[in-house]
Design a protein around this ligand. Structure first.
Ligand code: SAH
Length: 238
């Protein structure tokens, strides 16, 4: 009896010390993001990202959204493989894209390219509802399970080609695309509300730009190039 109790206690202490370890690494990651933001401020026009975005980056456990064997690397400011030739985005890029959306607590957000759900988890802490679309069924199901485990109850999932958006739930206050098309899909522009913002990487493989699209009150859109980036392609099956 005493032995069993002692084993359980030891396990508890081990889990607890892992959490402390990850939390320390996560704070270091946030500092790296801040440093990276200042390094590219000449291009982005931003030397700092919003405090509430940084606070969420410092709170969401990225190690829960990477394959188990890569948990030790979860807090490096790098993309990591998640299977199927895809990657979880680099933390700095996740933070920058989230910052550019200027989310408010009432926003309904469309995300294209769920992956394992890390960006969706970040969005879920800053917006009312996140609608996320993933073309690879296995990734979508795994993301749904990981997001459930983190109590992200305001995330709705769909498996399919996100280049058509999610017409049944449109319009959206904000749209974020985490895979790169050559041209911005018109369906996504149509599904953006007046006054809305979209952040999307676009262009041919060697020359992608992260773009900020703004739609004004009259429905007119303007685009701004933010930063050279490298994302996997937005797959468009025919
Ligand atoms: N948002 C993820 C990044 C995933 S990488 C994160 O938080 O880390 C980009 C993802 O886009 C991949 O999982 C890929 O399968 C998906 N994707 C590519 N083309 C797509 C499409 N047409 N519709 C939906 N998802 C797509």
């Amino acid at each position: 009896m005493w032995f069993c109790w002692r084993l359980t206690w030891c396990r508890f202490v081990m889990i607890d010390s892992h959490d402390v370890h990850f939390s320390t690494l996560r704070q270091a990651m946030v500092e790296q993001i801040a440093f990276h933001a200042s390094l590219v401020s000449g291009e982005t026009g931003k030397s700092e990202l919003a405090d509430r975005v940084m606070a969420v980056m410092g709170a969401v456990p990225r190690h829960e959204f990477v394959p188990d064997e890569l948990r030790a690397f979860a807090y490096m400011d790098n993309p990591l493989p998640i299977g199927f030739g895809k990657t979880i985005s680099q933390p700095f890029i996740v933070a920058l894209m989230t910052d550019l959306l200027e989310l408010t607590p009432d926003d309904r957000v469309l995300e294209i390219g769920t992956g394992l759900g890390y960006q969706a988890a970040i969005l879920s802490k800053l917006a009312r509802t996140v609608y996320t679309v993933e073309i690879i069924g296995e990734l979508a199901r795994e993301a749904a399970s990981r997001l459930r485990k983190q109590d992200c109850t305001n995330v709705e999932h769909r498996i399919g080609d996100g280049s058509h958006g999610w017409p049944a739930q449109a319009p959206f206050d904000k749209v974020i695309v985490t895979a790169a098309p050559e041209l911005i899909p018109t369906a996504l522009l149509h599904q953006l509300s007046a006054g809305g913002r979209m952040v999307i990487p676009a262009g041919v493989e060697e020359a992608q730009q992260l773009m900020l699209v703004r739609k004004d009150g009259e429905g007119l859109t303007s685009t701004q190039e933010i930063l050279r980036v490298r994302f996997s392609k937005l797959v468009t099956p025919h």
